[in-house]
Design a protein. Structure first.
Length: 154
């Protein structure tokens, strides 16, 4: 199975978001690697848990950036995240029940993520960027960024 490659048009130009998206791609690639010979089911389970965990934190962080910016489509964007999380949790349950869902899940993750970044995330970029300067200037101890990173990624 081919590894996922980052593509330049996936860059939003918001460094913290691009870094998180790249990390998700890296973790999908870890999952792909577990499909090569010599990897146990436990390993798949561990990568899966970490991937779900990290993605949840990323969504929460992204949602608070949108809210903070007063982005007008925050609600529908959060809804898209929610539906996706439900789908992934369903895969998780099937995996725990002993089903081999990894290939199918990798397919969903790769398609969904790139599509979501290109179509949904790209829409909030302007409004979040406009608000960035305000947040970055919040430099007192525990400024908005460090507070949020701590809160969502502890
Ligand atoms: Fe998103």
């Amino acid at each position: 199975m081919d590894y996922l490659a980052w593509q330049d048009d996936l860059n939003t130009g918001i460094q913290v978001i691009d870094d998180q998206h790249k990390r998700i791609v890296f973790m999908i690639n870890l999952l792909i690697r577990t499909q090569e010979p010599g990897h146990s089911r436990d390993e798949v389970g561990n990568v899966l848990n970490e991937l779900v965990d990290y993605t949840l934190s990323h969504f929460a962080f992204e949602e608070s950036l949108m809210e903070e910016a007063g982005y007008e489509f925050t609600r529908p964007h959060k809804h898209v995240h929610k539906i996706f999380i439900a789908r992934v949790k369903d895969f998780s349950l099937r995996f725990k029940a002993g089903e081999d869902i990894t290939q199918e899940l990798i397919g969903l993750l790769s398609r969904w993520l790139f599509n979501h970044i290109r179509n949904d995330d790209s829409n909030y970029v302007q409004s979040v960027k406009d608000n960035m300067n305000v947040l970055v200037s919040d430099k007192q101890a525990g400024g908005w960024f460090s507070r949020s990173i701590k809160k969502f990624f502890n």
